[in-house]
Design a protein around this ligand. Structure first.
Ligand SMILES: [Zn+2]
Length: 425
């Protein structure tokens, strides 16, 4: 579940089972292990009880965090705290400035309100780290962890401030159609980020390295990917090693970027662990996202959902502004209300977005079977992923429908087994 605020990342990342997944983990009951996985370094056998416990704790933490965020926003809106904060700031010694420039008042309000909103989330971030430690998945020390938190916060504060100032400038300049302009601006931002995230944002948190043709193992992967691309009559701009291993023992892969920044990312935790054929099946899955234009489709779906969101936000603001004693819809004291609408819609629309995402993941899996000529390599890769990531392989159906951006691993494996491609054996 996403935190409210500006955390609306573009669907540029079609992960293998990745950072987009809200409920990361999953359990693994009696799943027969594929004979195809003759790994160079065999992973330890899965522990279904541990995976189930991890998944439960993860879900509880995620739901509690979202609940606290929503509650904090609701308290700000309906207790009068937001109004008091905006009023107080308007009466401070700098009142003369803020009277002339709403920008300053909005800046001061957003910083203080943002701090008040972020603080209740900190215990959940700490608990999440403790959970990863308890199940032996975390590899990041305190220094790196706090560094990542600080970078994330700075980024959120910078982008958040910019977004709030722009939205309120629109609310003042075009009270009737602000929501349409804001939506257009939001879309432009999402499209820009889809393109820039792999070169601007991801490197803030992770290191990347293009696979090297000088390394025999990596050269083989490059050759296999080139063959896959040649058969698909397409190309990607590069394959990068994604250094996850100093933060987590989990594995992941993703298709990221757009145009010149389009690339496939494969975590070092997967590259160093899986045989070439399995990695090729993962690359084929990522290529499947590209061939099916999933970045475009994701953007299209997001644009429709966000248009609806901005329209609802406008309706709610018009309906409640007077009742909440706001001086008008452009009163910055209404900001928590806008965020509350966004957060509630985010929760309500999550199952819809996830259903669409699972549909794209099925297509990418199918592409991998087809491109590889048989499903076994992908099955082996999925089983390795389940072991490494302590995944709940067969979650309850309701959990999959509500929270999973990817089909459950058991579902994906069953689907793979059902596929008998003509050349398969
Ligand atoms: Zn995928």
């Amino acid at each position: 579940m996403r935190r409210p605020g500006l955390d609306v990342p573009p669907r540029c990342e079609q992960d293998w089972r990745g950072p987009g997944a809200i409920i990361g983990a999953s359990h693994m009951p009696d799943l027969p292990t594929s004979s195809a996985s003759a790994a160079p370094h065999a992973s330890p056998p899965p522990d279904p009880a541990a995976a189930r416990a991890y998944a439960r704790a993860h879900l509880r933490l995620s739901l509690a965090g979202t609940g606290v965020d929503l509650a904090a926003l609701a308290v700000f809106v309906f207790s009068g705290a937001s109004l008091a904060l905006a009023d107080g700031l308007g009466r401070w010694p700098w009142a003369d400035w803020t009277r002339h420039s709403p920008w300053l008042l909005i800046l001061a309000y957003t910083l203080l309100f943002g701090a008040g909103l972020k603080l209740p989330g900190l215990p959940f971030s700490l608990a999440s780290r403790r959970l990863e430690n308890r199940f032996g998945l975390n590899r990041q020390g305190w220094r790196g962890w706090w560094g990542d938190q600080a970078k994330g916060l700075a980024l959120e504060a910078g982008l958040g401030l910019l977004a709030v100032e722009l939205v309120y400038a629109l609310l003042r300049a075009a009270p009737a159609l602000w929501w349409l302009w804001a939506w257009a601006g939001f879309l432009a931002f999402v499209v820009l980020m889809a393109q820039l995230a792999p070169v601007l944002l991801f490197p803030l948190f992770y290191r990347f390295r293009p696979l090297s043709p000088d390394d025999p193992a990596e050269a083989e992967l490059i050759t296999r990917l080139e063959a896959l691309c040649a058969r698909a009559k397409t190309r990607v701009r590069g394959v990068y090693e994604w250094k996850l291993g100093d933060k987590t023992s989990k594995a992941n892969a993703a298709l990221a970027g757009w145009g010149a920044t389009r690339r496939i990312l494969v975590s070092d935790t997967l590259l160093g662990d899986a045989p070439a054929e399995e990695i090729e099946a993962v690359l084929a899955h990522e290529l499947g996202h590209h061939v099916h234009h999933h970045v475009w489709q994701g953007l299209a779906v997001q644009s429709v959902l966000s248009l609806f969101g901005f329209w609802v936000a406008n309706r709610v603001l018009l309906d409640l502004a007077q009742r909440l004693h706001l001086s008008g819809i452009a009163d910055v004291a209404g900001l928590p209300l806008l965020l509350l609408v966004a957060a509630v819609l985010g929760v309500l629309l999550l199952p819809l977005g996830n259903a669409f995402s699972r549909h794209m993941e099925r297509q990418a899996d199918d592409y991998s079977f087809m491109a590889m000529g048989r499903p076994e390599p992908l099955i082996a890769g999925l089983e390795r992923l389940a072991r490494r990531n302590l995944a709940e392989v067969e979650p309850p159906r309701w959990k999959e429908i509500l929270f999973y951006s990817h089909p459950a691993i058991a579902t994906r494996i069953r689907r793979a087994r059902a596929v008998q491609t003509p050349s398969g054996s």
